[in-house]
Structure formats: C-alpha cells, structure tokens
Design a protein around this ligand. Structure first.
Ligand SMILES: [Zn+2]
Length: 134
C-alpha cells in the first residue's frame, strides 16, 4: 500500500476540510492523519504504525460521513487504492456541513485565505493546513 491514500470528492467543494478533520479523529489511533486538498482528502499513512486495509479505511470514511450527517447524500466507491466520494445531493451536504448562508453572524475567517466557516474547530484545523504544506 502507498504511503498516501487519496479520497477524492466529486460534486461539491468545501467538504474536504470537515471530512479531513473527522477522519483524523479516527486515524489518530493508527498514527495517521488526513489532510484536506483541493477536491480530495489525502490520508497520510507514512508515519502510521499500522497499515489499515482499504476495507478499514472505507469503514472509517463511512463513519466520518455519518458523523457529518452527509452519508445519505453521498455514494462511496473503491477504485484500486483510491476511495471516491460522489455527492448525490450537494445542497443537503452544504447545509449539513454549515455552508448554509442563513447565519452570517459568528463566521470564522481564515487569516491566510478566504476560507470561512461557522465552526471555530474547523477553522483551527483549516489554518494548520497552511503550515503542513503537504
Ligand atoms: Zn486558509
């Protein structure tokens, strides 16, 4: 297995960061981290002490999507060593991950780019990405 497994996301932009944050919580047990990229989440296994099988990663991905409340709007496929997430209902996903614009107050804005989120926790995770440079 490669050191980095990619989870591509089709059909929406903005799911990468919350998905990477959720996945990292699960991957911590394996010593691995998930990093948000443009249109994908990169799972870095280079420092993990246990190599999860694609089946295990798929299970973690399903858990993360469920926790974000978007699993019913997404379809997941395994393509070799790449996992693909197809968003079947982008509007519902956008609302579920807080992209809903009905609450403009209390937004947290990244000081490095135009990333905006209602969740302080997500912004903290996002800002880290500017320093990891993976
Ligand atoms: Zn940023």
């Amino acid at each position: 297995m490669k050191d980095v497994v990619y989870i591509t996301i089709d059909g929406i932009r903005g799911l990468e960061v919350p998905l990477a944050a959720r996945l990292t919580e699960h991957l911590v047990d394996l010593g691995a981290i998930a990093v948000a990229k443009e249109g994908a989440v990169a799972v870095d296994l280079s420092v993990s002490w246990s190599r999860p099988s694609p089946t295990v990663l798929l299970g973690l991905l399903h858990n993360a999507l469920r926790e974000l409340g978007v699993s019913e709007y997404c379809r997941v496929e395994v393509d070799g060593e790449t996992l693909r997430v197809f968003v079947t209902d982008p509007d519902s996903v956008r609302i579920a991950i807080g992209g809903d614009r009905s609450q403009p107050s209390g937004l947290h804005v990244c000081p490095h780019c135009s990333y905006t989120t209602p969740y302080e926790e997500l912004l903290r995770e996002h800002v880290k990405l500017h320093y990891i440079g993976l």
